[in-house]
Design a protein around this ligand. Sequence first.
Ligand SMILES: Nc1ncnc2c1ncn2[C@@H]1O[C@H](COP(=O)(O)OP(=O)(O)OP(=O)(O)O)[C@@H](O)[C@H]1O
Length: 278
Amino acid sequence: MSHSSVMKTSSSSDSSRVLRWERHLPATEALVDLEDVSLNFVSYFDKTYSLKRAALDLLLRREAPMPTSEFWALRGVNLRIGKGERIGIVGSNGAGKSTLLRLMARIYPPTSGNLRIRGTVAPLIEMGAGFNPELSGTDNIMLNGAMLGIKRREMLEKVDGIFAFTGLREFADLPLKYYSSGMFMRLAFAIATEIDPDILLIDESLGAGDAAFVKKAKERIMGLLDRSNVVIIVSHDMNALREMCTRGIWMRRGQVAGDGPIDEVIKRYMQEEGPSPS
Ligand SMILES: Nc1ncnc2c1ncn2[C@@H]1O[C@H](COP(=O)(O)OP(=O)(O)OP(=O)(O)O)[C@@H](O)[C@H]1O
């Protein structure tokens, strides 16, 4: 990569240190470019609104309460990701990691800021999205291909390779609802990687397979990198992230608290938010 990088520590508004990797990747070279992106979830349920109160409101012909709570799951996120980068996203529960991935998959639009994604995106995000439990394995492969914008003929040529990689050929005609979660995960992973996306988004799912499959999956991710694809992984498995990623992004309360070499970011994250030694 042509851009240079410098590690810096600065102070954020909540006075905790923010680790930044000053990157000089021009916007034209970025496959993923987030500029001051924020995302707000509005809850349409007032949690204190009980059945009793609803009945009273109805009886007294009072207006039901308007949606009250809103929550910023992402705040002012700036990120630029270039070809060949393998990103590991770390952070505590609820920090915004999965939301960030869903935003990059264009499942959620940003509430404010700019999001630019260039190239094909294969999201391995949640088991279920893009799959139909009533259809066979083969039909689900075709369905996913259609959703990812792959031509039917092109996808048909990939079916064999997908079953070879997963070892699930004998289950090709079985409806997906009879697959175990491990089998399902294999299929989803094989589809997402077989189409050779420019950007592969993975949420935790790597941990779900048996050891042999996890090894094969890691090799495939490394192969994607050789072809300069971008791989972005959300995981709580620090060892897997150290092994597979080059750059770490640490999310804290919806904000980027650290961005830099994976080892450095994990070290700082564990120091500040990791389990305290007993
Ligand atoms: N669809 C939604 N509607 C409302 N709030 C949501 C929605 N999705 C996520 N959130 C909230 O946004 C915050 C960030 O959630 P997110 O799933 O991104 O966290 P995470 O860092 O991936 O956590 P974990 O490690 O537990 O998976 C959480 O407080 C969560 O409750």
